[in-house]
Design a protein around this ligand. Structure first.
Ligand SMILES: O=C(O)CC[C@H](C(=O)O)[C@@H](O)C(=O)O
Ligand SMILES: [Mn+2]
Length: 347
């Protein structure tokens, strides 16, 4: 039995995480979900976005399923829950898969997840504030290795997106990436981040495995999400050496929270990535989602009129069909038998 921590968070994070759990439970009974509370409400009660004792418990889990939390700009000492978890669980690699569910293609973005402009180090003076953009050899090497391994697995190249023409940190990052890739025999294409945004908009589908620094990855993954037709569809995995956390890249969408119309697919596909991480059958969820979106009623962000629960039910039906088609054939035959035979005898 695997033990998975669940942090639903705020807004639609609650609705889409519950949806993902329903779908995961339709695939496997080998996961025990243990819920923890976290976010701004917890901060107001305990002065931190998550309680220390809960964090220690979460570290003992096999994985984490995370919803979404929002971070107010102007609350002194409040720190983003997801940034806290990435640091505390040492989740240094953020893989974001932007899928075109209608045409069997994806954009892979490997975002360094522990340092860069998210180092959390800064100096505040009366007339000046400095945020430190830190690139370490350890940080650069381990994210480069993550991207290179993925490129080998997918038989792709690595597209390293940086600003080494201006930033000293990226000159260093670049040296580490290029020397490791050469040792590993993986080809690296280099792109400068500003001009790369044009390419990512115009020609998104053959960008290989995109590797980039933390903040660049944050921005590029939301930009790339336009090609998924809705950011509500995009899943992600935050990987460390001991544990991983899976979450959709969208936010809490307060404007639709509680209305039951949130798109659960990003969270459901994050659940698929979680199953793959645990060597369970995540692929069946990808197949069920692709089959559903090509014929089912979709949520309003994709132009449909479906409620979240309709999408969940439709995807679970697709899964059940894949798990036991024979059972479905029996149902189908029963249907015919029930509906067809009586008409034979109607005068
Ligand atoms: O506002 C938050 O707490 C989440 C921020 C977070 C980030 O990486 O900057 C989010 O934008 C994301 O892409 O995961
Ligand atoms: Mn973001």
């Amino acid at each position: 039995m695997y033990r998975v921590a669940v942090i639903k968070g705020d807004g639609i994070g609650i609705e889409v995480t519950e949806a993902a759990i329903e779908v995961i439970n339709a695939v496997t009974d080998r996961i025990e979900f243990i819920e923890f509370e976290g976010g701004f409400e917890v901060f107001k009660r305990y002065g931190a976005p998550i309680r220390e004792e809960d964090l220690e418990e979460i570290k003992k889990m096999d994985a984490v399923l995370f919803g979404a939390t929002s971070t107010p700009f102007d609350v002194p000492n409040y720190k983003s829950l997801i940034i806290t978890l990435r640091k505390e669980l040492n989740l240094y690699a953020n893989l974001r898969i932007i899928p075109d569910l209608w045409n069997e293609r994806e954009i892979y973005i490997v975002r360094e997840n522990s340092e860069g402009l998210y180092s959390g180090l800064y100096d505040v003076e009366k007339e000046k504030v400095v945020d430190y953009r830190i690139i370490t050899r350890k940080g650069a090497e381990r994210i480069a290795r993550f991207a290179i391994n993925l490129a080998k697995e997918k038989r792709e190249k690595v597209t390293f997106v940086h600003k080494a023409n201006v930033l000293m940190g990226d000159k260093f990052f670049r040296k580490v990436v290029l020397s490791l890739a050469e040792r590993e025999g993986v080809e690296v294409r280099e792109k400068i981040v500003d001009s790369f945004t044009i390419e990512l908009v115009r020609n998104p589908w053959n960008q290989e495995i995109i590797l980039t620094e933390n903040l660049f990855g944050d921005i590029l993954s939301d930009l790339a999400a336009i090609h998924a037709r809705s950011i509500g569809i995009v899943p992600s995995g935050n990987y460390g050496d001991d544990i991983a956390l899976f979450e959709p890249i969208h936010g809490t969408a307060p404007d639709i929270a509680g209305k039951g119309i949130a798109n659960p697919i990003g969270s459901i596909l994050s659940g698929a990535m979680l199953l793959d991480y645990l060597n369970l059958n995540g692929q069946i969820i990808w197949e069920a989602v692709k089959s559903y979106v090509r014929k089912g009623n979709l949520t309003p962000d994709l132009g449909g009129t479906a409620m979240t629960k309709d999408v969940v039910e439709g995807i679970i039906e697709e899964i059940e069909y894949r798990i036991d088609p024979l059972e479905w054939d029996e149902v189908w035959v029963d249907e015919i038998r029930i509906n067809f035979i009586p008409t034979l005898f109607i005068k």
